[in-house]
Write a protein that binds this ligand. Structure first.
Ligand SMILES: Nc1nc2c(ncn2[C@@H]2O[C@H](COP(=O)(O)OP(=O)(O)OP(=O)(O)O)[C@@H](O)[C@H]2O)c(=O)[nH]1
Length: 611
C-alpha cells in the first residue's frame, strides 16, 4: 500500500470522515477533500493517534460514556448518518422520520439529516435517465411499482443512508425554488455527456449551482458509448476554473453510465461523502419549516402539494401557511405513495389539504391552529400592501446599493453576459477583467451565446445581477419576466457602450463625497414679525444668491450666532425659491433670534464627482 484515500481509510478504521480530517489538520497534512490520497507514513501516524485516543478514553470510563461520539465506533458505513437516533426521537418515530440508527448524536445535539440532491445539465445529457436508473435500483421494488406517482422528489435508500433526489431535472426547478428565496438542494449533480462535453446549459447549470453556493459533483455520463471522451470533459472543465481532483483541484468528477449503471454506486457514495462534509443537520423536534417542491390539481383528490420538510416534523392535522393561503393536512403520503402520519427533516411528502395550488419554491410554515394561521396571513397581506405602495411611490431604476450591496466594502458587480458569438463574449470578458480593482470585483456569473433566457432572469433576480446583452435582445416573454422580477436587461450593439455602462456601475460604486459650497451673503436690515412664520429677516442680498433650503450661518460682529437652514424666502408677499444679488427679500430661518445688522451666509452641500 503506498497511498490511501482518506475516506477509504476512515471506513477501514471505523472513524467518521470528519474525525479523519480533524486529525489531518492537526498533523498539518494538506488535502482537498476526503477523496484525496495520503501517504503511508501519515496513515501510520493516524493509527497511532487513534490508538492513543482509544487508550485515553478507556482510562477515563466516566467521560467515555458521555462522549458517545468518540467511544462508539461509527457504523460500517461511516458516512451519512441521516436521521435522529431512536433515543432522541421518542416513541412516535416512524418510517418517514427514522432511519437506520445513526451512531453519534448526543441528547442535545441536532441530528444529521439526509442530503437533498438536484440534477442539472444540458438537454439530452441524461438527467432523466440517471434519475430513472437511481429510482429503479434504489427505491424498494414494491414502492417503485405501479401506484408511484411523480411527486417532484424521491428517496433513494443506499448503503450509506438515505439520499433525497429532486426529480424535476434541469435548473428551471432549481432556480424557480431559489427565486422565491428558498434553497432546497444541498448538492448539485451536473450531468455532462461524455460524447458532447460542456454545452451552454452545462455552463448555466454550473453558474446556478455556484450562485447558490451549493457543492457540485460532476457526473460524466454515457461513458458506455464508444465515442465517449471523459478526459476531454475534464480538460474543458478546467477552462471554467473547475479543476477535477485528479488534476489537483477539488472538483469531484464521477464517470457514469445511466444506461449500464456503471459508476452510479460511486456517484451515490460521493454524494454521501459530500453530505457528510457539509454536516447537514436538522432538528425533528424543532419548529417546522419546509418548501413547496411542486403543486398540482388531481382530478380525483383535489389540490396536492409536495412539501420538502426542512426542519421539524409534520403531522397529519397540522395547519400550514403558504404565502397568503393556509390548509390543514388531511392526508400525507411519502414519495413512494405510502400513507404516513408524520414526516421529519429531508422528507418529501405529498399533502392533501390545501384549497389553492401552491407554487414551487414557496416557503411553508406551520401554525398552531386555524386562528393563528389566519393571523399570519393577515400580517403577510399587510406587509405586501405596504411594499406595493412603497414600490409604486419609488418606481424607477434600482439603486446601486440594490445591485452591489452596502457602501464601503469590497463590492461585487454581478453580471450576466449574453452575446452573439463566442468571440464577442471573450472580448467583453477580457475588457471587464481589466476593470477589476481592489474595491470592485466584477463577477460574470454566466457568459453565454444567444438571447437571454428566463433562467438568466431568475439567476439575476436571486443573485442581484444585471443582464448585459451584446448584439442580442431578449424575447418579449423574457423581457416581461424580467420586468416583473425587477431585473434590468440592457442591450447594446457597440461593445464600448456596454463597457461604459459597466464603468457607470463601477463609478457609482464609489462612495459619494459632498462638499459645502458658498452661495451668497445677505445683510439683515430689519426684522419683521410674521403671525405664522415667526421672525423674518428683511434682508438685502449683497453677494451671490440665496436659495430655499440652503444652509444658513448668521454672524453678529465677529461671532457666529447661529447655524441652520433657510426655511423660506419671500419677495414682497410671495414665496420664492431663489433671490439674486442686489435684491431685497425676506429670509425665514428655523430660528427666532435674528437681529438687524446680522450677516447671513448661505451655502449648500453638493456632491463632487471623483476621479
Ligand atoms: N448510451 C447511453 N445513452 C444514454 C445514457 N444516458 C442517457 N442516454 C440517452 O440519451 C438520451 C437523452 O437522455 P435523457 O435522460 O432524456 O436526457 P435529459 O438530460 O434528461 O434530457 P432532457 O430532459 O431533454 O433535458 C436518451 O436517448 C437516453 O436514452 C447513457 O449513459 N448511455
Amino acid at each position: 500500500m503506498s497511498k490511501v484515500r482518506i475516506y477509504t481509510l476512515a471506513k477501514d478504521l471505523g472513524v467518521e470522515n470528519h474525525k479523519m480530517l480533524e486529525i489531518l489538520d492537526g498533523l498539518g497534512v494538506s488535502y482537498k477533500s476526503v477523496s484525496s490520497t495520503i501517504e503511508e507514513d501519515t496513515v501510520e501516524l493516524i493509527k497511532e493517534i487513534l490508538a492513543e485516543e482509544a487508550a485515553a478514553a478507556a482510562a477515563q470510563p466516566a467521560q467515555a460514556e458521555t462522549s458517545s461520539q468518540r467511544a462508539t465506533p461509527a457504523p460500517s458505513s461511516g458516512a451519512q448518518a441521516p436521521s435522529a437516533p431512536p433515543s432522541s426521537q421518542g416513541a412516535g418515530a416512524q418510517t418517514a422520520v427514522t432511519e437506520a440508527p445513526a451512531a453519534t448524536a448526543t441528547a442535545d445535539e441536532v441530528p444529521h439529516r439526509a442530503p437533498v440532491v438536484t440534477i442539472m445539465g444540458h438537454v439530452d445529457h441524461g438527467k432523466t435517465s440517471l434519475l430513472d436508473y437511481i429510482r429503479k435500483t434504489k427505491v424498494a421494488a414494491k414502492e417503485a411499482g405501479g401506484i408511484t406517482q411523480h411527486v417532484g422528489a424521491f428517496e433513494a435508500k443506499t448503503s450509506k443512508g438515505r439520499i433525497v433526489f429532486i426529480d424535476t431535472p434541469g435548473h428551471e426547478a432549481f432556480t424557480t425554488i431559489r427565486a422565491r428565496g428558498a434553497n432546497v438542494a444541498d448538492i448539485a449533480i451536473i450531468v455532462i455527456a461524455a460524447d458532447d462535453s460542456l454545452m451552454p446549459q452545462t455552463r448555466e447549470a454550473i453558474a446556478h449551482a455556484q450562485a447558490a453556493k451549493v457543492p457540485m459533483i460532476v457526473a460524466i455520463n454515457k461513458i458506455d458509448l464508444p465515442q465517449a471522451d471523459p478526459e476531454k470533459v475534464k480538460t474543458d472543465l478546467t477552462q471554467l476554473n473547475l479543476v477535477p481532483e485528479e488534476y489537483g483541484g477539488d472538483l469531484v468528477v464521477v464517470p457514469v453510465s445511466a444506461k449500464t449503471g456503471e459508476g452510479v454506486e460511486d456517484l451515490l457514495e460521493y454524494i454521501s461523502l459530500t453530505a457528510e462534509i457539509e454536516d447537514l443537520r436538522a432538528d425533528p423536534k424543532g419548529k417546522f419549516s419546509g418548501v413547496i417542491i411542486e403543486g398540482k390539481v388531481d382530478k380525483q383528490a383535489g389540490v396536492l402539494a409536495t412539501v420538502m420538510v426542512q426542519e421539524g416534523t409534520l403531522h397529519v392535522g397540522d395547519f400550514l401557511v403558504v404565502g397568503e393561503n393556509y390548509g390543514k393536512i388531511k392526508a400525507m403520503t411519502d414519495s413512494a405513495g405510502a400513507r404516513i402520519k408524520e414526516a421529519g427533516p429531508s422528507t418529501p411528502v405529498q399533502i392533501l389539504g390545501f384549497s389553492t395550488v401552491p407554487a414551487s419554491g414557496e416557503k411553508v410554515q406551520s401554525a398552531k391552529n386555524e386562528h393563528a394561521a389566519r393571523e399570519v396571513i393577515a400580517t403577510r397581506v399587510d406587509v405586501r400592501r405596504d411594499e406595493e405602495n412603497a414600490r409604486n411611490r419609488r418606481r424607477g431604476p434600482r439603486t446601486l446599493e440594490d445591485i452591489m450591496g452596502p457602501v464601503g466594502e469590497l463590492r461585487t458587480v454581478n453580471l450576466i453576459l449574453r452575446a452573439d458569438t463566442q468571440g464577442s463574449v471573450e472580448a467583453i470578458q477580457g475588457i471587464l477583467a481589466r476593470k477589476e480593482s481592489e474595491d470592485i470585483n466584477i463577477n460574470v456569473m454566466l457568459a453565454g451565446i444567444g438571447a437571454p433566457t428566463e433562467g438568466d432572469v431568475l439567476l439575476a433576480s436571486t443573485a442581484g445581477a444585471q443582464i448585459l446583452c451584446f448584439s442580442v435582445t431578449p424575447s418579449a416573454g423574457v423581457a416581461k419576466v424580467a420586468e416583473s422580477k425587477g431585473v434590468e436587461i440592457k442591450a447594446y450593439r457597440i461593445i464600448y457602450e456596454m463597457i461604459d455602462e459597466v464603468d457607470r456601475l463601477i463609478k457609482g460604486n464609489i462612495e459619494p463625497v459632498f462638499e459645502q459650497q458658498y452661495l451668497g451673503r445677505a445683510e439683515v436690515r430689519m426684522v419683521i414679525r410674521h403671525p405664522k412664520s415667526g421672525n423674518i429677516a428683511g434682508s438685502y442680498i449683497t453677494d451671490g444668491m440665496f436659495k430655499r433650503n440652503a444652509k444658513a450661518k448668521v454672524t453678529r460682529g465677529k461671532e457666529v450666532v447661529y447655524e441652520g437652514t433657510v426655511v423660506g424666502l419671500k419677495r414682497f408677499k410671495d414665496d420664492v425659491r431663489e433671490v439674486q444679488q442686489g435684491y431685497e427679500c425676506g429670509i425665514n430661518l428655523d430660528w427666532e433670534g435674528v437681529m438687524e445688522g446680522d450677516i447671513i451666509e448661505a451655502s449648500e452641500m453638493v456632491e463632487v464627482t471623483q476621479g
